[in-house]
Design a protein around this ligand. Structure first.
Ligand SMILES: [Ca+2]
Length: 82
């Protein structure tokens, strides 16, 4: 279990597939809130990422410890394969 204030990339051993994989992990909150869209948000500015509701914010706003997305999805726990 890693606790960070910003998304970081970790090498993680996946027990179900028995392979090592790189993942971005951000564990900040455990409450049920939407997952952020991130790169799938289709933000025009490439330095921005999408909140769960489609709002675009600068990527440094994600997992910085304070809520910025209207739906709080910038601070939700998420794992993204890289
Ligand atoms: Ca934030």
């Amino acid at each position: 279990m890693f606790f960070t204030t910003f998304p970081r990339t970790y090498l993680v051993y996946n027990i179900s597939t028995l392979i090592w994989m790189y993942v971005n992990i951000c564990f900040v909150k455990e409450k049920q809130i939407p997952k952020p869209l991130l790169e799938k948000g289709g933000c025009k500015d490439k330095t921005h990422l999408g909140c769960g509701d489609g709002t675009c914010l600068p990527n440094e706003y994600f997992c910085d410890g304070s809520v910025d997305c209207p739906d709080e999805s910038d601070e939700v726990k998420y794992i993204v394969n890289v």
